[in-house]
Write a protein that binds this ligand. Structure first.
Ligand SMILES: Cc1ncc(COP(=O)(O)O)c(C=O)c1O
Length: 363
């Protein structure tokens, strides 16, 4: 039995990527045959009328997994995060956020035009910041006349796992301390949990535990879980209702969305547990990369499915170009930094073949 078949993904049939080994992202997956069957059979209604039964079931199940009152299905993680910012804030408010956060760096500058908020980045390590850093950031001339002249801090955002930090998992105790400081200060809190599933798979801590203390949580079904698209924003029913108004305003009502929601539901029930296999393959890739002269990788830092590494000899775009010619796709970010992510369709054979290509490309 092939490794893909052993994963139960039916990858060979569903992955139309030919012989390329695509390690650019965990978003490049194709729906499996079983997922496509679930999508084809899905009962649908109209998302804008709020009567698509498959969307409603996905929202119910997502809220249940995250331990929140309500959830709202939306087309993308960017929309989910930005709806959270809009629902929590008023124009002119400040949002505190960790270093390298996707909401800040990866969403087209949306917080400014969409919510009119000021993003204030906090310092930290591996995308995380602690309670002391948060308290220090809030202690800005409070109680003086200048406080009235400042933009009020309204919201603090965290990301778990952290994409920019190579899939790092926030330790629960640090997260809880930071959230207690946010609560003390009366701040709203949002978690970008696009890959929260990976934090759970790596730590054994249920998603709902990581979500405790956050008002809202974004999760993505299209990252690592293999659904074709879609994310959800979960939180208190009244806040999610407020966000629904903005979803419509941003053009996010997507009619017979039950077709794709069925893929997300299938992914939730069938593809979360297998994420540990991606993590094992990521560690194998990291160890293999570390053994190649001309490449550097923090093997210990690979906690989930993302492997970030550096070239020390060949320029990263040149390295990525050589790999592409040899049949392996990966992302280069600048002249030195690259990333690979094994996913639903990546087999043990792919890992071995990709490492051989990396060895030749680094020479
Ligand atoms: C951490 C994180 N949050 C949010 C998003 C945005 O998701 P989407 O691409 O569905 O808009 C991404 C996308 O990669 C991400 O990595």
């Amino acid at each position: 039995m092939s490794a893909a078949a052993a994963d139960g993904t039916g990858a060979g049939a569903a992955n139309g990527a030919g012989r390329m080994i695509d390690l650019r992202s965990d978003t490049v997956t194709r729906p499996t045959e079983a997922m496509r069957a679930a999508m084809a059979a899905a009962p649908v209604g109209d998302d804008c009328y709020g009567d698509d039964p498959t969307v409603l079931e996905l929202e119910r199940r997502t809220a249940e997994i995250l331990g929140k009152e309500a959830a709202m299905y939306v087309p993308t993680g960017t929309m989910s995060n930005q709806l959270a910012l809009r629902a929590h804030t008023e124009p002119g408010d400040t949002v505190l956020i960790g270093p390298g956060a996707h909401i800040w760096f990866g969403e087209g500058g949306a917080p400014s035009p969409i919510s009119g908020v000021v993003i204030r980045p906090l310092e930290g390590d591996r995308g995380m910041f602690d309670a002391a850093t948060l308290r220090a950031a809030l202690n800005l001339d409070m109680g003086t006349v200048r406080a009235r002249m400042q933009s009020p801090v309204r919201l603090v955002c965290a990301e778990n796992t952290h994409n920019g930090a190579g899939g790092a998992v926030w330790p629960l105790d640090l997260l809880r301390e930071m959230l207690a400081a946010a609560r003390e200060a009366g701040l709203a809190t949002h978690l970008d949990g696009a890959r929260l599933w990976n934090a759970t798979a790596a730590s054994g801590i249920p998603e709902a535990e990581f979500a405790v203390g956050f008002d809202t949580v974004n999760v993505c079904f299209s990252k690592a879980l293999g659904a074709p698209l879609g994310s959800a924003l979960a939180g208190p029913a009244d806040l999610i209702e407020r966000a629904r108004r903005f979803k419509q305003l941003y053009g996010g009502g997507f009619r017979q969305a039950g077709i794709v929601a069925a893929g997300a539901l299938y992914a939730l029930e069938h593809h979360r547990e297998r994420l540990t296999r991606d993590h094992a393959r990521a560690r194998r890739l990291a160890r293999g990369l570390a053994a190649i002269r001309g490449l550097e990788v923090d093997v210990e830092g690979v906690e989930t499915n993302i492997v970030r590494f550096r070239t020390t000899a060949v320029d990263a775009p040149e390295f990525a170009g050589r790999c592409r010619e040899a049949g392996v796709l990966l992302n280069a970010y600048n002249r030195r930094d690259l990333r690979v992510i094994p996913h639903l369709h990546t087999t043990d054979g792919d890992v071995a073949d990709a490492l051989e290509v990396f060895r030749r490309a680094a020479a």
